[in-house]
Ligand binder design. Structure first.
Ligand SMILES: [Zn+2]
Length: 438
């Protein structure tokens, strides 16, 4: 069951240079309410297809990607993103078809050859603080080290451990910690917590929540801090030498990293998010007491889906994709008018009456016609027609009428075609309804 309930208005997020934007962000929301999970799957796939159709009719290629359901919650979520350099969202993708939002993207972390676990060894490392300095000191790659990073999650310090060559993805971390506020700890906060900055490690530490990226299990005999100034430990092995509270994937994927599906090289692109769909499940219905009595007489939570599409984003994306140096080329499905009716030399009574008759007939057939009845030169009218980008231009002029014809031109094409006056209406209806040729 699909049920549309509201429109939302939000402030626009940070703009990127070159991106066309509407001043307001109109969000079209739609929700589905089902009795069972199969019903949700059906509603979800119907909406997915509808969104694919909308994007196709708007005239731009869209990638559907796995996305982070973030603050909205729920189980599964997909984003519809138009790939363009001026987009503000980063997408990580691969030639094998893998694609995900940078906030959610995974990477193949590989194996690091460290050999059989050896006894821990303490080494004095004067002047070695950063991962670069430590790997230089020991003459080992960054992926043979463990890095400690500190965050404040809802006011509490969290100890994060990740392989030295990787970076923490804060969105993944926040989702794992289920916290509302997350930020990096300041140097003062780290020192105040009794941690030795530049030589911190989970070995022998207590009193903090420790969350580890699963990359720390990809090898053995890592170099890590010793929790003593300018000192490090060789041959640190998990779980022999330390425990963690959460072990999961919290690493950020970058272009050039290895693809989690095929092992190829990941690429990064930018895009405009135009739609987002979520399987909410019972996340909100349980909280809101939205239950129903099933056939078996039991009370069960309604199973929900949520579907959003941004009409103003769609317009921006359509223009990004469909324009030339003269202006916009609107796709027919979303054009403000379908036909730009352009009479030249309106003082000629035959031109005026033909244009007026064409306008009335086309309108009667349900076509959306913009009649340019200004007293302007052909050059001005044609330039404005290009700038406005209405998909079909029809010119009525004394010269064409002598040939008992009109001139029909698609905005996307360079040359006009002569069409017999008697056939003009039929031809335009065909073009608009079936997108037929001129
Ligand atoms: Zn791949």
């Amino acid at each position: 069951m699909l049920y549309q309930i509201q429109n939302k208005f939000r402030d626009e997020p940070r703009p990127r240079a070159g991106l066309i934007r509407a001043r307001e962000f109109v969000m079209k929301d739609l929700y589905s309410f089902d009795m069972d999970w199969e019903g949700l799957d059906t509603s979800y796939s119907k909406m997915m297809q509808a969104y694919k159709n909308i994007c196709e009719r708007c005239g731009f290629p869209t990638v559907m990607i796995e996305a982070d359901s973030g603050a909205i919650g729920g189980k599964e979520s997909h984003e519809f993103v138009m790939v363009t350099d001026s987009g503000e969202d980063e997408i990580i993708h691969c030639t094998c078809g893998y694609a995900a939002n940078a906030e959610k993207a995974e990477l193949n972390k590989g194996k690091v050859e460290g050999g059989q676990p050896l006894p821990i060894e303490e080494v004095s490392t004067p002047g070695a603080f950063s991962i670069e300095e430590v790997s230089g000191f020991f003459n080992i790659p960054a992926n043979a080290t463990l890095k400690a990073v500190f965050y404040i999650a809802d006011g509490k310090l969290v100890f994060v451990v990740i392989r030295g060559d990787l970076e923490v993805n804060e969105v993944k971390l926040q989702n794992e910690l289920k916290c509302i506020e997350l930020r990096m700890a300041t140097e003062d906060e780290v020192i105040e917590a009794g941690i030795v900055a530049g030589a911190a490690s989970p070995v022998g530490i207590s009193g903090f929540k420790v969350i580890a990226d699963d990359s720390i299990t990809s090898g053995s005999n890592f170099v890590a801090g010793a929790n003593k100034p300018e000192t490090h430990l060789k041959n640190v092995n998990y779980p022999r030498d330390f425990k963690v509270d959460i072990m999961t994937d919290i690493a950020r994927a970058h272009a050039g990293d290895s693809c989690p599906k095929c092992g190829g090289k990941l690429q990064s692109s930018h895009g405009i998010e135009v739609g987002h769909i979520f399987k909410l499940g019972t996340f909100y219905s349980e909280k809101q007491n939205a239950f129903f009595i099933d056939r078996d007489g039991h009370s069960k939570p309604i199973i929900m889906g949520c579907y959003g599409i941004g009409p103003s984003r769609l317009l921006a994306a359509a223009v990004e994709q469909n324009h030339d140096e003269k202006g916009i080329i609107w796709p027919l499905a979303i054009a403000p008018y379908q036909v730009y009716l352009c009479p030249l030399y309106l003082e000629d009574p035959e031109v005026a009456s033909t244009a007026s008759r064409l306008c009335d007939t086309l309108t009667a057939y349900g076509l959306e016609v913009l009649l340019d009845d200004r007293d302007e030169s052909p050059g001005v009218k044609f330039n404005d027609a290009d700038l406005l980008g209405i998909p079909i231009r029809v010119t009525v002029s004394p010269r064409n009428l002598e040939k008992n014809s009109t001139e029909v031109k698609k905005r996307s094409e360079k040359e006009p075609h002569l069409v017999l006056l008697d056939e003009t209406v039929d031809r335009l209806i065909e073009m608009v309804r079936g997108e037929g040729p001129v």
